[in-house]
Design a protein around this ligand. Sequence first.
Ligand SMILES: Nc1ncnc2c1ncn2[C@@H]1O[C@H](COP(=O)(O)OP(=O)(O)OP(=O)(O)O)[C@@H](O)[C@H]1O
Ligand SMILES: [Mg+2]
Length: 360
Amino acid sequence: MNNFKYVMDIKIIEDALRSVIHPAKEKSVIELGMVEDIKTEDGKIRFKLVFPSPDALSAQLKKSCEQAVRAVYPDPSIKINIMELVRERKIEKRVNLQLGQEQIENVAHIIAVASGKGGVGKSTVAVNLAVALAKAGYRVGLADADVYGPSVPIMTSTEDAHPEVADIDDKELIIPIVKYGVKWMSIGYFSPPGQPLIWRGPMASNALKQMVLQVRWGELDFLLIDLPPGTGDIHISTVQDLPLSGAVVVSTPQDVALADVEKGINMFRSKNVEKPVLGLIENMAWFTPEELPENRYYIFGKEGCKRMAEKFGVPLLGQIPIVQSIREGGDNGEPVALSNRPDGQAFRDLAGKIVEILNY
Ligand SMILES: Nc1ncnc2c1ncn2[C@@H]1O[C@H](COP(=O)(O)OP(=O)(O)OP(=O)(O)O)[C@@H](O)[C@H]1O
Ligand SMILES: [Mg+2]
């Protein structure tokens, strides 16, 4: 006879687990479908916690699950056994791929990070977003397609890397550099440091496409593309040919930058491009000095991107303040999103927002 004094109810356990939120995905482990096979027998509660890919937060989440269940069944004689496992999501094969695109057929989402104006922090956002997504457990690659000023090698401290070229099925493919859990590819790895790249027209757009299409990415959840600033012919011919899930447009809130955002959005929406704009990202939204954390100084104007987002009917995906450590992280090759410090929070929030918008 089972002399166990509690009736343990799967529904109660499930409800308790609804309070456990995945910090990066901002949804509960139940909503994310991560809890499977809840069983209650012989004074034990057992279930599986399934991760779609290796997740840096798995230990923390397992502990939170245990605490949530313990809160509804506090009797210490009840054993709670959670089995953690990784079951990689199969990526749906893309159809109608053009020549060369088979390299990206195992990529679930390709996102272009664009800006109309230069120097607004596009590469900073792209690099930190890649790191934040990887920290949340996604498989991520970043193609630095900025043929005029590649900055990924410096921002990730991989300037000395020399990617190998492998002959695979009679095709030459470049092997990306792996660091901080992200696969990086940059045109900067192929040019002598300090030397400007003077590529024009078709050559530039070919080089740019090569950084995306001639790379052995493997299976990825997200491939980010750091585009060169601007909205010229090179951009159009590149984004036209890539199966993008969409573009995110980075800007600072001041008028000169916003005028170029308009051009950027119009380019993506133009008849011969027609790619969705997933939203705007306002960088350098305000400055907060360390000694006066409550104060916000709107150096480049207040909420310019919010107004622009409303005007074009696209979401404002995030606002990133000016923080000295963000600049330092870029210069010394250690993106702030690597740490769990508050200065990386804006990028973690942004990663969560993008996952949500793509419903991934
Ligand atoms: N939120 C921020 N806080 C502090 N510094 C920042 C921030 N965003 C970007 N920066 C700094 O501003 C400079 C320009 O940023 P970044 O290189 O990312 O811009 P970009 O738009 O990619 O430029 P380009 O058009 O040349 O490609 C860098 O030194 C970077 O570290
Ligand atoms: Mg850049």
